[in-house]
Design a protein around this ligand. Structure first.
Ligand SMILES: C[S@@+](CC[C@H](N)C(=O)[O-])C[C@H]1O[C@@H](n2cnc3c(N)ncnc32)[C@H](O)[C@@H]1O
Length: 314
């Protein structure tokens, strides 16, 4: 064992020996705070212990708040709270997971939003997008949600908004009669096209494309996975998606979460955003969409809100 490994081992052991007495909460937080330079495995082990001690019973929410308050610098707080959030979803403490994730985010501030620079980002990612572990994993998480929450009919027309290379489309195509896709990135669309699963693929912003009069009232299902975290204000998207649905049609989506204390938060210094349930429900309500499902599941390595809304227009 190297000196460093021995040090980490001793730190993990000393935290294990600390009891869950409220008086020891400060010590737990201090140990967690000092673990930033530790290997990820040791961080996980410390967080497990913290979770066992403090994230139990009715005190879980305040334990998470306490952890967030006790953590120091921004980068350290974000790393530890994100890891804590993931472990809490895995432990089925899903509300606490959202709370921990919420504390890892920042207020929205004056977010200028221009989707088009994303084209360069996805041009660079498109070549090996499908081979990236997280792309596949996140698409599988969404497949699982669709499987559990939607009763498909083989005559349906569906639209994949922000379809990327078609990782969700591959799963959807055999379940519907028609599948259209929209994406900003010509390079992601080029990969999707090679799969020959879409009846049409359109390049452009999802909101603008969904508003195309040719799509009005056309779809039984609109899906949008792992894309809305690029858009802080979802008003236009909800309006356009509701308009593209047939009466009784469904909108299924995933977003990164924040608590109802906020509508929208900034996920990182870069332009990624999180949305609260209150906000999603308000946008749905404004557009005559009824909530059918709202769940917390893993989305990539973070907690996510997964929702289905139905168009109640007749
Ligand atoms: C992380 S990928 C996810 C792709 C796919 N939905 C999946 O689950 O594999 C996000 C995709 O959304 C697209 N995108 C982001 N913002 C968009 C917007 N405003 N309009 C259209 N596409 C957008 C990106 O170009 C990218 O292909």
């Amino acid at each position: 064992m190297t000196d460093r490994e021995a040090f980490v081992d001793a730190a993990v052991r000393s935290l294990r020996e600390l009891s869950a007495e409220p008086a020891n909460a400060e010590k737990h937080v201090r140990v967690l705070q000092s673990m930033a330079p530790f290997p990820r495995q040791a961080q996980s082990s410390l967080l497990d212990r913290w979770t066992e001690c403090f994230a139990c019973g009715r005190s879980r929410a305040s334990a998470v708040d306490h952890l967030a308050q006790g953590l120091g610098s921004h980068a350290q707080r974000v790393a530890i709270l994100r890891l804590a959030a993931r472990r809490m979803v895995e432990a089925s403490w899903i509300e606490e997971a959202v709370r921990a994730f919420h504390h890892s985010c920042e207020p929205l501030g004056p977010a200028a939003f221009d989707p088009f620079p994303l084209r360069d980002k996805f041009a660079a990612l498109s070549d090996d997008y499908d081979e990236n572990f997280w792309s596949g994993e996140t698409a599988r998480q969404f497949h699982g949600f669709l499987e559990d929450s939607i009763s498909f009919s083989p005559d349906w027309a569906a639209l994949d908004a922000g379809c990327g290379t078609g990782l969700v489309g591959e799963w959807l195509a055999p379940r519907v009669a028609r599948l259209d896709g929209i994406d900003l990135s010509a390079d992601m669309l080029a990969r999707a096209r090679t799969k020959e699963i879409y009846d049409s693929l359109s390049e452009g912003d999802i909101t603008g494309e969904l508003e195309d009069p040719g799509r009005r009232g056309s779809y039984h299902l609109v899906v949008c996975n792992w894309c809305l975290f690029y858009i802080p204000d979802l008003s236009g998207f909800f309006r356009a998606a509701a308009g593209a649905l047939m009466p009784g049609g469904r909108l299924a989506l995933s977003v990164y979460p924040c608590l109802d204390d906020a509508d929208v938060m900034r996920k990182e210094a870069e332009t990624e955003f999180t949305h609260s349930r209150r906000y999603l429900r308000a946008k749905a309500h404004e557009n005559a969409l009824t909530e059918e499902q709202m769940e917390i599941r893993l989305s990539c390595a973070h907690p996510g809100f997964y929702a289905v809304f139905a168009n109640r227009a007749s």
